[in-house]
Design a protein around this ligand. Structure first.
Ligand code: AMP
Length: 299
């Protein structure tokens, strides 16, 4: 079953202790869709500016990603500029240029409104709500957000949470949104805002999953070399949603398995800048890490 994603398609300028790249392909919808494309068809709803390189469009097409909902608008592509210190868990934003996203009015193509799996990737919560409002009876809706939107548009974000099945956010964002420092209490407070489940991403320490009746903890896949953590969270969501839509499931046990696939897609993402590493792997590599994951977590 295909997935519909709305989110940012961006040009990023990123500096880590291991190097620096300017205007590389990034964005929440980008990392998500490339990760999920290993499992299923993904259709993007987003906008780019006239400066968006053709080679990036070709790259999406090559992975079979649907671009019917990708508008080319007058102006410049969304640009995020950030850096990481040796603590790679924390992204420091230098600048967020919304550019064409500032006036974007997302239109879900008519033939995609019945998509059963919907991912509202990190973007303005008003755009997430607009896209959700155009969908007809989705089976599973997941949403990601970040500190930028919690600080600037908390009320808009809170308005859609009771329509969400899985809410993904990182530990600092969970603390910011809930006003709790303990992550169990933070998750419980966020569940009271309305989502059926919450996944708290903790970078190299893995993820915590909480729903009303269940609780699951997964470590991150252990890696020796990490070059650029940008996109790990979105690739995690891509692996999770990709697996769920491929298996046509959304129950607790499928979500647990999906979390492992998500962690694996995230682990590949951080091994190079942009989506470079994701473009060099195959399903065989993903299955290899899945088996190793099983071994290192056997109890
Ligand atoms: P993450 O998975 O959290 O590392 O997401 C990284 C991606 O998020 C980058 O490629 C950025 O282009 C994108 N991004 C950064 N800030 C924002 C924002 N405020 N809204 C939407 N996307 C963003």
């Amino acid at each position: 079953m295909s997935i519909l994603v709305v989110g940012s398609v961006a040009l990023d300028s990123v500096k880590t202790p291991f190097g620096r790249r300017d205007n590389i392909l990034g964005g929440s919808a980008t990392f998500f869709s490339i990760a999920a494309s290993f499992f299923t068809k993904v259709n993007i709803v987003a906008t780019v500016g006239e400066d968006f390189p053709k080679k990036n469009v070709e790259l999406f097409k090559k992975r079979g990603i649907g671009l019917e909902g990708l508008a080319v608008s007058k102006g410049k592509t969304f640009h995020w500029k950030g850096f990481y210190d040796y603590d790679l868990n924390t992204a420091h934003t230098i600048a967020t240029h919304l550019n064409v996203f500032r006036d974007f009015d997302p239109k879900v193509p008519a033939d995609l409104r019945d998509s059963k799996y919907v991912f509202l990737a990190n973007i303005d919560p008003d755009l997430q709500r607009s896209v959700l409002g155009q969908m007809r009876g989705p089976r599973l809706v997941a949403l990601d957000s970040m500190n930028y939107w919690i600080s600037n548009k908390e009320r808009s974000l809170r308005r859609i949470l009771d329509r969400i099945d899985i809410f993904l956010l990182n530990d600092a964002e969970a603390r910011q949104l809930s006003g709790e420092s303990n992550l169990i209490r933070a998750a419980q407070a966020i569940l009271r805002f309305g989502p059926k489940a919450v996944i708290i991403k903790r970078g190299e320490y893995g993820v915590l999953y909480f729903s009303k009746g269940s609780h699951f903890v997964a470590p991150a896949y252990l890696l020796e070399s990490i070059y650029d953590p940008t996109g790990a969270g979105d690739a995690f969501a891509g692996g999770l949603m990709g697996y769920l839509s491929r298996s046509r499931k959304a129950d607790d046990s499928a979500i647990r398995k999906g979390i492992i696939y998500g962690s694996i897609l995230a682990s590949f993402t951080v091994e190079d800048f942009s989506v470079n590493r994701l473009l060099s792997i195959s399903m065989k590599d993903i299955r290899g890490r899945y088996e190793r994951f099983r071994k290192i977590t056997r109890f």
